[in-house]
Design a protein around this ligand. Structure first.
Ligand code: NAP
Length: 350
């Protein structure tokens, strides 16, 4: 007689259909009824994990449309979606991973996932540290924090005393960009979509100035108010009309890091940029980047940012949603700016 294997229900989040426009909670479904064996089959090379925390990230919107030309394929309709997560290994057929290990990777939006080293993107073992909340490994020390680090130092080529502007500044990426820029000796202004976020930027995150872009009828005028001498570095998280207004306010030999275009992501017909001639007249370097091209810098990033955090030089704001059932609403909330800080979903605690 073989050993008896425990079988449990595995709650999952599915995408119901490919969507147009801004994602809503009802585009997804929390499905009960699937079962999973709590073991990694012998000879499979897999390991079974219990998902603890899931990360809501704007790039996931691009996987909700039937478009195969991007750097990442669309989700499969009716199948559980996936995203960055933090998980504990429950059983393993891979000698590199043992029960109890905490890992971070692209995992399933479900309670348990069967992963394989060769398929799990951005898989790494997480070293826990009692001074750092575990969920920060999805934010400050995870993909968004790393994006801020790689984007700011590798793309923006910052110099002490320069003028830095960050959009979506209170979010997962933006809040760290601003703090790194301050530590670098820059003058830093952030934009965000509510008074509460603007207050956080100025009072907790140490930005020199911040403004609510939704209350500014003229973005060009707003930028001129905060940067009378112009912008040296723009860390662009939103694209669209903000990018256009920034182009009018860049200084000669300024740098623009194109990190994300969350303002355009849900539009089927995004508007163009009108002020691009400024890139010529002011010799601006505009560079798009993907954090995944810089993973060789991850160890150095962890060392630096952990150090800053432990020394109390940076803080990190997280928005925690409780339970897998809340994941569709937490993800959709990114696209109306409901999240305050890094949006994470707690699926389980142990
Ligand atoms: P986040 O800022 O934590 O959350 C998204 C925020 O975007 C919302 O809170 C909202 O903030 C803002 N937003 C939503 N719709 C908007 C609109 N129509 N116009 C302007 N702002 C809007 O997200 P994140 O994880 O830090 O990501 C920030 C950007 O970085 C995204 O564009 C993402 O795709 C990009 N990213 C790129 C890489 C890469 O490798 N290149 C990696 C990670 C992330 P407000 O309330 O301020 O509007």
């Amino acid at each position: 007689m073989g050993e008896e294997v425990e079988v449990v229900e595995n709650k999952q989040v599915l995408l119901k259909k490919y969507i147009e426009g801004v994602p809503t909670e009802t585009d997804m479904e929390v499905k009960l009824g699937n079962t999973i064996e709590l073991r990694a089959p012998k000879g499979s090379g897999c390991f079974l994990v219990k998902n603890l925390y899931l990360s809501c990230d704007p790039y996931m919107r691009s996987r909700m449309r039937d478009f195969h030309g991007s750097y990442i394929p669309p989700f499969v309709i009716g199948r559980r979606i996936e995203g960055f997560g933090l998980a504990r290994v429950v059983d393993s057929d891979d000698p590199d991973f043992k029960p109890g290990d905490i890992i971070s990777a692209i995992t399933g939006w479900e309670e348990y996932s069967l992963l394989r080293k060769s398929d799990a993107l951005q898989l790494r073992k997480v070293e826990l540290d009692h001074e750092i909340p575990i969920s920060y490994h999805l934010g400050l020390l995870g993909m968004p924090g790393f994006t801020a680090y790689a984007g700011f130092y590798e793309i923006c080529s910052p110099k002490k005393g320069e003028n830095v502007f960050v959009s979506a500044a209170s979010g997962a990426v933006g809040q760290l960009v601003g703090q790194l820029a301050k530590l670098h000796g820059c003058f830093v202004v952030g934009s965000a979509g509510s008074k509460q976020k603007v207050d956080l930027l100025k009072n907790r995150l140490g930005f020199d100035e911040a403004f609510n872009y939704k209350e500014e009828a003229d973005l060009d005028a707003a930028l001129k108010r905060f940067f009378p001498e112009g912008i040296d570095i723009y860390f662009d998280n939103v694209g669209g009309s903000m990018l256009d207004a920034v182009l009018l306010n860049m200084r000669v030999r300024g740098r623009i890091a194109l990190c994300g275009m969350v303002s355009l992501q849900s539009l089927s017909n995004p508007q163009g940029v009108h002020n691009l001639f400024n890139a010529i007249s002011k010799r601006i370097r505009i560079e798009g980047f993907l954090q995944s091209d810089y993973l060789h810098l991850y160890p150095q990033f962890l060392e630096h940012v952990k150090g800053y955090y432990k020394e109390g030089k940076i803080v990190y704001i997280e928005d925690m949603s409780e339970g897998l059932e809340t994941a569709p609403s937490a993800l959709a909330g990114l696209f109306s700016g409901r999240n305050i800080g890094k949006q994470v979903v707690r699926v389980a605690t142990d």
